[in-house]
Design a binder for this molecule. Sequence first.
Ligand code: ADP
Ligand code: ADP
Length: 232
Amino acid sequence: SGFVTFDDVSHAYDGSGNAIEAIDLSIHEGEFVAFVGPSGCGKSTFMKLCTGLQPPTGGTIKVDGEPVTGPLKISGMAFQNANLLPWRTTLDNVLLPLEIVKPYRHQFRKRREEFVDWARKLLKTVGLEGYEDQYPWQLSGGMQQRASICRALIHQPRLLMLDEPFGALDAFTREELWCVLRDLWEAQRFTVVLVTHDLREAAFLADTVYIMSRRPGRVIERRSIEMPRPRA
Ligand code: ADP
Ligand code: ADP
């Protein structure tokens, strides 16, 4: 009984064969898993199914024992593009999910100061202390991506979903952010599902790496990573 389980999950888009199929897996709470494969192997499809943005056409997905029937409230997400709102400061971008996700709106109104403190603490952890009141255009690409990871964590999600979060960054910044993410995860122990086409990234970050094949997207290998990791 895992925290996230896929039971013979497949997905076919209208009028085409299976984009992914025969996915069986179990991710335990606090685990860091990565799905790796070439483009077209179904990584985005997997992500949409996992977060409930799209129901699978076959099989069952459960999170925390419950079948996923709609967008997950307990997850935070970050993507290749930071997508910060240009008219909001860094701090206000990080706080955004609390204003728009229903179950958090009420808490945020009552406990605003606590959340602001948490946002500042997260920003400090990722090296953005002093940039809270700046606007996205004043930040580098790497700094914007740091802020988007803070935004994904602001409601203390139990599940963090990352879709190529470092894909648009140069190699130096990318590896710096790998360490930032590992540190956050080691401190907070949320469950992480990362999809990436970068095998090195997957091996550096994850406890378990799932390798996907193309057409149809299947898991062809599951590998535990136990190598010691270099620290920043
Ligand atoms: P990845 O993220 O690994 O690049 P995707 O999940 O985007 O892979 O795509 C998996 C397969 O599903 C591909 O063959 C792609 O062409 C197909 N696919 C993705 N989205 C759609 C869609 N909306 N309609 C039809 N086919 C799609
Ligand atoms: P990139 O993602 O572009 O490689 P980094 O995120 O590593 O860049 O940032 C490089 C450094 O540049 C930061 O540590 C910061 O000191 C500086 N920097 C970038 N943008 C600004 C800014 N708007 N104001 C002050 N310093 C900045």
